[in-house]
Design a protein around this ligand. Sequence first.
Ligand code: COA
Length: 158
Amino acid sequence: MAKALYPGTFDPITLGHIDIIERALHLFDEVTIAIATSESKKPVFTLEERISHVEQIFKGNKKVKAIGFTGLVVDLAKEENSNILIRGLRAVSDFEYEFQLANMNRAMSPDLESVFLTPKAKFSFLSSTLVREIASMGGEISSFVDPIIEKALKERFK
Ligand code: COA
């Protein structure tokens, strides 16, 4: 069974992330959304909230799992018995950082393969930071996030 891990902060998960997850589901039997605590990013949503968001959005889909993690993604991959890391590439600007991350992960865990997927062009400019900023200023975010996230952001910033 091919089991892939999709790591990230997901603060919050956006339609761009969902697009990547749906593409990964065409390729792998199971996709685990691995949500990093990312304390240095000072997330707006707690780890539990971010896990719950993914669970609510993919409710009923047995192929998608959400877990939280701290520490190295290579260690998590071993714990989860997965040797596939999914990463999204939105634009050329993502490439250098992703190339560095993939090679560092490979240096630590040679059997771990990073697989890069590209989202629909309309999501190539999207980031969680911009979505949070727009929401915090009362802007319209319905075309960037699932209604569950839209509601959660509105409540957080009201
Ligand atoms: N659609 C929309 N937004 C996307 C996206 C997509 N398809 N793909 C990425 N993004 C956004 C993310 O939301 C994030 O936005 P933000 O910076 O505004 O929050 C931004 O692009 C950067 O994404 P990413 O590079 O995935 O950062 P991240 O914080 O979400 O995840 C980890 C980085 C957690 C995967 C990485 O730090 C990690 O592996 N940490 C574990 C520790 C470790 O192993 N370190 C050693 C690595 S060699």
